[in-house]
Design a protein around this ligand. Structure first.
Ligand SMILES: CC(C)(COP(=O)(O)OP(=O)(O)OC[C@H]1O[C@@H](n2cnc3c(N)ncnc32)[C@H](O)[C@@H]1OP(=O)(O)O)[C@@H](O)C(=O)NCCC(=O)NCCS
Length: 334
């Protein structure tokens, strides 16, 4: 039997990020407020992580609310009508319900119903992964305009007495609108995983353990030194590969926007990449903390507000975290 030739979609040749939006938790939480249950100090946290305060959201504000606020700003700034957005991806690890997705709810709230919508769980690499997906789906013709959001309320999954991670985490959401472009705006990604290190960072119990009374409410925990070493050695190499994949040199960058996990990791990356002083480095962690999938778009949003002259320049972004997973690519800043 001979089939008729199928129509396969083909989309834009290139894509770019049109705009950023951001929403941080409404509470500014200084180190002093957290040190009691973990036998720590403001000085230790500042020296070891660079965090001075982190933002967290009030009770009653969930990750979907933060995602919606960030998305509305990104859409407004993009100049794209919400009704033209036909793809919404939310990168998150902190949706308080396993289903429905945050993405479907946000799509409806911002006026992008009936866009294709789903959540992606790639922890702190989630935003980079979702940008890769949106770029690929627009270039394939499966979508035309995408809303990509990293959104987390990590304070829901923090044990205040866990000194491995509790002091690092914050709440927030960052969003971008991605669409067709006349020139390349999102370079080839370098992404991957290493599930053999799945135990290095993640939840300390399952929901079934919790239901059965064999574990308290599951929270995030990590082997800090294992993750730190992996980040500094392996992720610096991934960042270099992402520059190669884009066909550029460190000196071509306007900005470097790594996942905001630890200021010492950020400094080490900058050293290993040999970034010249002309490259702006995102250091949003000092006042926002680590917001997992939200950290890169939040840091980019802050950098663009502070340095509007970066507009049109190249930025290297790299996310890495639980899985373990990593994702990096060079993008043109809107
Ligand atoms: C968590 C992290 C900040 C800990 O910093 P560190 O320098 O590795 O700290 P160490 O575990 O080596 O501990 C150093 C000392 O501080 C102590 N310490 C550990 N946690 C502490 C805390 N929260 N407060 C005070 N002291 C602490 C240790 O007991 C140890 O004391 P000792 O020297 O007397 O034995 C760091 O490992 C880190 O940022 N890891 C990577 C995080 C990351 O990238 N996550 C990505 C996924 S989101």
């Amino acid at each position: 039997m001979t089939n008729p030739t199928l129509l396969q979609s083909q989309g834009a040749q290139f894509t770019r990020i049109y705009s950023y939006g951001a929403a941080r938790g409404d509470l500014v939480v200084p180190n002093e407020e957290l040190v009691g249950p973990i036998d720590s100090s403001d000085e230790w946290i500042r020296q070891r992580t660079g965090i001075v305060t982190r933002t967290r959201a009030s009770a009653g504000v969930d990750a979907t609310d933060l995602a919606t606020t960030a998305a509305i700003e990104a859409i407004e700034k993009s100049g794209v009508a919400a009704g033209l957005i036909d793809l919404v991806i939310v990168a998150t690890i902190s949706n308080i319900r396993q289903t429905p997705s945050m993405a479907a709810v946000v799509a409806d709230r911002v006026g992008a119903n009936p866009a294709a919508a789903y959540d992606a769980n790639a922890a702190c690499a989630g935003f980079s992964y979702a940008v890769t997906q949106a770029d690929a789906l627009i270039r394939s013709g499966a979508a035309h305009y995408a809303l990509v959001i990293g959104a987390e309320k990590l304070s829901d999954v923090v044990d205040p007495a866990d000194r491995s991670i509790s002091f690092l985490l914050g709440d927030g959401a960052g969003a971008v609108v991605i669409g067709p472009s006349d020139t390349p705006g999102i370079a080839a990604p370098v992404w991957g995983s290493d599930g053999s290190k799945a135990d290095a960072v993640g939840m300390n119990a399952t929901l079934v353990d919790f239901r059965d009374g064999t574990a308290p409410w599951p929270t995030l925990r990590q082997e800090g030194q294992t993750v730190f070493r992996w980040a500094v050695w392996d992720m610096a190499k991934v960042a270099k590969k992402a520059l190669d994949a884009a066909g550029i040199e460190p000196s071509d960058l306007a900005a470097f926007i790594p996942h905001q996990a630890n200021m010492r990791i950020i400094d080490e990356f900058a050293k290993q990449l040999g970034l010249p002083p002309t490259v702006m480095i995102a250091r949003d962690i000092a006042t926002t903390g680590n917001t997992s999938a939200a950290s890169i778009p939040l840091a980019t949003h802050a950098l663009l507000l502070e340095h509007p002259e970066l507009s049109g320049g190249l930025a290297l972004q790299i996310g890495f975290g639980a899985g373990l997973v990593f994702g990096a690519q060079v993008v043109v800043l809107p």
